[in-house]
Design a protein around this ligand. Structure first.
Ligand code: R5P
Length: 317
């Protein structure tokens, strides 16, 4: 695909080198030589080691754990590229951390997702490309073009290959995720159920009401993030208690903090499928019931189309 804004350059931070390598391989381009390292006091230092003047540069960096370090790397790489006269800088952020802080959750609390968007813009990014944003409206936090890609084509392909679609039920683990789950259900022509979590009275434990008849179905829980694993594991228990035959999870961002991987290993979940938007740890790689799908080709396609000024949304038609 011919680039219209100068030669394409790919620069990787330290958050997900495996994904950056895979994207580069799909595009048939080398990663731009760059040093992204720490000084003794842990300040981030960046040096772009080749000419990027006039180039269309894509920085590949998820703001995953350790979120603050990886965010700072992204900002400083952007600054280095801007000062090196890159023609256009796109921050490719497969996992956009801080997205869950997208509103004032209580009095005197921040809207950190907006602050992070401001930081990325002020550092010098011209565009943002991200994947399965926690809430689509976060795109509006950026005053620069923002493409929110979807992992659903990759997941739908996998689901179609592995399951008998006639007996599948797509499930949203909470009311907030219904739009996302409904979108996937539509793509595979499956019915949709919803888990409604409620705390009837303060101090009482949450009740999980399953809305929809899941008895006898193979259930697929769809979500954007699996962090502690609590939402997923509790939802799987509720579905099985309501007669589901078996439960799988398809979740884009495997944050999997703390003991989440062990929690999922000892749960009743048959399998959790995540993407490589966040680089899987060794524990995830060896886990028996976690599988990783790559979104490298999807992102590579979107980068190619952005560089050629072609439609990105048509990737999801
Ligand atoms: C919440 O709104 C998100 O979509 C996820 O359901 C949540 O972040 C999952 O967190 P955890 O795995 O800690 O329950």
């Amino acid at each position: 695909m011919p680039a219209k804004n100068g030669a394409i350059k790919l620069v990787a931070g330290n958050s997900n080198p495996a994904l950056a390598d895979a994207i580069a391989a799909w595009l048939g381009l080398p990663l731009t030589r760059a040093i992204v390292r720490r000084f003794a006091d842990m300040e981030v230092f960046v040096e772009i080691q080749e000419n990027v003047r006039g180039s269309d540069v894509f920085i590949i960096q998820s703001t995953s754990y350790p979120a603050n370090d990886h965010l700072m790397e992204l900002l400083i790489i952007t600054d280095a590229l801007r000062r090196a006269s890159a023609r256009r800088i796109t921050a490719v952020i497969p996992y956009f951390g801080y997205a869950r802080q997208d509103r004032k959750a209580g009095p005197r609390t921040p809207i950190s997702a907006k602050l992070v968007s401001n930081l990325i813009t002020h550092a010098g990014a011209d565009r943002v490309m991200t994947l399965d944003l926690h809430a689509g409206q976060i795109q509006g936090f950026f005053d620069i073009p923002t493409d929110n890609l979807y992992a659903s084509p990759v997941m739908v392909r996998d689901i179609k290959e592995r399951f008998d679609l006639a007996n599948l039920m797509v499930v949203s683990p909470d009311v907030g995720g219904v739009v996302r789950a409904r979108g996937l259900a539509k793509r595979i022509n499956a019915p949709l159920a919803i888990i409604d979590k409620r705390r009837e009275r303060a101090g009482e434990s949450e009740v999980m009401n399953v809305i929809g008849e899941v008895k006898g179905y193979t259930c697929i829980l769809i979500d954007d993030i699996v962090d502690s694993g609590g939402t997923l594991v509790n939802a799987a228990d509720a579905l099985l208690a309501n007669g589901a035959k078996e439960v799988f999870g398809y979740i884009t961002h495997g944050v999997l903090s703390g003991g989440a991987t062990a929690r999922i290993a000892s749960s009743k979940l048959k399998e959790l499928v995540i993407t490589d938007s966040i680089q899987p740890t060794e524990a995830i790689r060896v886990a028996q019931n976690i599988r990783v799908l790559s979104i490298a080709s999807l992102i590579a396609d979107a980068i190619g189309r952005t560089a050629a000024e072609e439609s990105v949304s048509s990737l999801f038609d």
